[in-house]
Design a protein around this ligand. Structure first.
Ligand SMILES: [Zn+2]
Length: 722
């Protein structure tokens, strides 16, 4: 689904490329150093990476993409099982070493009936379907679903309609100011820009006592106001529907009946009525074409200016005149999800894992989300399998996961992560997630701070379809976490280090404590979760020629090979400390926190971590340059670095959300990134004693990170003279 970062992109103004002083000196430059490698090691590694990057072919990615997008494949469908079997068979043929299909029996949600009818002031029945278009014959397939959201409750109601803007708590306060009580009403809300997860809108409507929630796509958000609509342009046509899940997976993701443990045979299941992540409200999405007659029929006061969308109507708050009959019958039962796992066994350190993953379930055809990513992954496994057959194996093991049920509750990756939690904590170096690989040319990349410098470094070795280095392309136009005034961004602003949720990296970072990277190439994309997100949309609009899906294959593989082959893991603790320091600074933005919270001890501890990180970096650089690092020392340092992310885990979790164990990151209920969640949530609730206790806890974690970093540096210190 990968929508958490979608809001950031829309805020970013394209910078002006400042020509870096390149090409002034004709002399042959010395080879660029490479984090984690000796000079000789870097030369060999660059040869391996170049050989790898010559293998992926855009036409082959196109063929994989066509296979995945030829028919709808939502989780628990017959086609999804076939796709899992296809991935497994293809991986075996490509030469992967161990290929397994893992079945998880999980609480699932599928529609039997979703029906809406306006009964007053006049009769009207929305189609709840998307119009076929002649240019894209796939849309005429009978398997294309209508409007539905997974984990809607079942029921039937006839009630008055109110319009509640984005469906945030403040919007309901505004309604009450106008004397409108949402209790028992059918609330109409809109998808919002910046993005806010529809599952937060559902929880808010449920808490307000609404009878049902309709969430519609206003043209302001992803339709004609933005530009040409499909098939002419990238934006959503009038009947496009943004399907989606509404489960409360920001409280606990994965199978709702096995919160915190894997849904495999022999494990207990809780009662569905006790499952915290299952909504009790009815919900469905609607297109702006379908909702317009309903909004037009609303009486009541005129909506505030900020609530008005782009439809040519007077937006009103409703409350009495218009009444809808909504009937939803969901099949909510335990069904299998199929996760495919494959490996390329490491030649030297088989028990150290670089994990790569993408989900294969889609709302409909999944053109961008996720099949562009699935196609990139298949081309990646094909290329790395071919290299392994030529005797070029990664030193560490590469583990690939094709997840299922991501669109429902991040289900497959969560169950897999819970099943292998202890092993991952021992063995995993990093998790590299690609959900959608390409809907355009702009690199959007988030990662933990330790990995940011090595990622920026390696983008200098990649070339975009227009012949630019990916690094220059990224600095000039891509994403960025920092503020942009003019000119290109600094290196430190390229990688977004504030990590949200909404895709499969969640279990790895928030629950297991594995460092993560999440990547996509983005562009204007108004057909998200609709049937128009198809093979044709991708091949004619989003990524013609599959050039960026190809570049993603190269980027993903280069990153995996560098992590797999490094002599010393290329982690930069000082860079992490810099990110944490920004998180501490951001606490001052919470009202009253500046005077109520004493963050000096935490800030001091983070400064010590920064100094320790720089010392470790110096020790690693010196050791690699001298060639004097023993195998034992390297193994011990790498073990320290593999466990570094786990320093931030607190087994009881953050207050109220025990599944989320990482103290630096948790998603907000909107899926937006929240840093230092324990402190932040307490401060936002003005619970100052709890905030102070959470701050103390963080100080102990930073101190532990300093100790670990110092220990790793000491292992690399030259032996004292006798
Ligand atoms: Zn996705």
């Amino acid at each position: 689904m990968t929508a958490s970062t979608r809001s950031l992109r829309s805020l970013i103004v394209v910078g002006v490329l400042v020509a870096a002083g390149a090409g002034l000196v004709a002399r042959q430059p010395a080879p660029a150093p490479m984090r984690g490698f000796s000079a000789a090691g870097a030369t060999a590694q660059r040869q391996v990476e170049s050989r790898f990057r010559a293998l992926p072919q855009p036409d082959s990615i196109r063929a994989f993409h066509r296979e995945f997008t030829k028919s709808p494949h939502p989780a628990t469908s017959v086609r999804t099982k076939e796709i899992a079997e296809y991935i497994a068979a293809t991986w075996k043929a490509q030469g992967l070493d161990e290929v397994t299909i893992r079945r998880y029996d999980v609480l699932s949600s599928n529609p039997r009936t979703v029906d809406v009818e306006m009964v007053a002031p006049r009769a009207y029945r929305p189609t709840l379907r998307e119009d076929p278009i002649p240019e894209d014959p796939d849309l005429a397939q009978p398997g294309v679903s209508g409007a539905w959201t997974s984990f809607s409750a079942s029921g039937e109601v006839t009630a008055a309609v109110v319009y509640a803007n984005s469906g945030n708590p403040a919007d309901y306060d505004e309604l009450r100011k106008h004397g409108i009580d949402p209790k028992g009403k059918i609330v109409v809300v809109r998808y919002s820009n910046p993005y806010s997860y529809r599952g937060f809108k559902a929880l808010t409507a449920q808490r307000e006592g609404a009878a049902a929630m309709i969430v519609y796509s206003d043209p302001n958000e992803d339709g004609y106001t933005k530009g040409d609509v499909y098939p002419k342009g990238p934006w959503g046509p009038p009947s496009h529907l943004q399907r989606g899940g509404i489960a409360y997976d920001y409280i606990v993701p994965g199978d709702p009946l096995t919160p915190g443990w894997p849904s495999i045979p022999g494990q207990k299941r809780i009662d569905a009525k006790d499952a915290q992540s299952v909504p009790t409200i009815m919900a469905l999405p609607m297109s702006h074409r379908d909702i317009q007659p309903i909004l037009e029929a609303l009486g009541g006061p005129e909506a505030p200016a900020a609530w008005k969308g782009a439809l040519p109507i007077t937006y009103r708050l409703g409350g009495a005149d218009a009444r809808l009959h909504v009937r939803i019958d969901m099949q909510t039962d335990v069904q299998p999800n199929y996760v495919v796992e494959g490996r390329i066994r490491g030649s030297e350190r088989p028990d150290e894992w670089v994990v790569l993953g993408n989900h294969h379930d889609a709302w409909v055809f999944g053109g961008v989300d996720p099949s562009s990513g699935t196609a990139s992954m298949m081309e990646l496994t094909k290329s790395l399998g071919a290299l392994a057959r030529q005797g070029v194996r990664p030193k560490r093991t590469l583990v690939f996961g094709a997840w299922d049920g991501e669109e429902v509750t991040l289900t497959g990756s969560t169950e897999w992560g819970e099943q292998f939690r202890d092993e991952l904590r021992q063995k995993a170096v990093a998790y590299l997630n690609v959900d959608a690989s390409a809907s355009g040319p702009n690199l959007e990349l988030s990662a933990v701070g330790t990995l940011a410098p090595m990622i920026v470094e390696l983008t200098r070795d990649l070339t975009t379809p227009d012949g630019q280095s990916l690094y220059d392309h990224w600095r000039a136009a891509g994403s960025g976490g920092g503020s942009i005034t003019s000119g290109a961004r600094r290196d430190g602003e390229l990688v977004v280090t504030r990590i949200g949720s909404g895709t499969d990296h969640t279990v790895f970072i928030n629950h297991v404590g594995v460092p993560i990277v999440d990547m996509t190439f983005d562009g204007p994309y108004g057909v998200y979760h609709s049937a128009y997100d198809s093979h044709r949309w991708v091949s004619t609009i989003g990524d013609p020629g599959f050039k960026y899906a190809h570049l993603m294959t190269q980027l993903w593989g280069t990153l995996a090979l560098r992590l797999a082959n490094a002599a010393l893991l290329p982690f930069d603790v000082a860079s992490y400390a810099e990110a944490v320091s920004r998180f501490v600074g951001a606490l001052g933005d919470i009202p009253e926190a500046g005077t109520r919270l004493d963050t000096r001890r935490l800030a001091d501890a983070v400064s010590r971590l920064s100094a320790s990180g720089r010392a470790l970096d110096d020790a690693m650089t010196t050791a690699l340059a001298s060639g004097a690092v023993s195998r034992d020392a390297a193994e011990a340092v790498n073990r320290d670095l593999r466990s570094f992310e786990q320093v931030w885990l607190h087994e009881p979790g953050i207050p109220g959300r025990p599944w989320f164990k990482h103290l630096l990151y948790a998603p907000r209920y909107t899926y937006a990134a929240m840093s230092l969640p324990g402190v932040t949530e307490a401060a936002e609730a003005k619970d100052w004693p709890r905030a102070a206790a959470q701050l103390d806890l963080l100080v102990t974690k930073v101190d532990a990170a300093v100790a670990l970093t110092d220990r790793a540096a000491a292992r690399l210190a030259p032996a004292p003279r006798r």
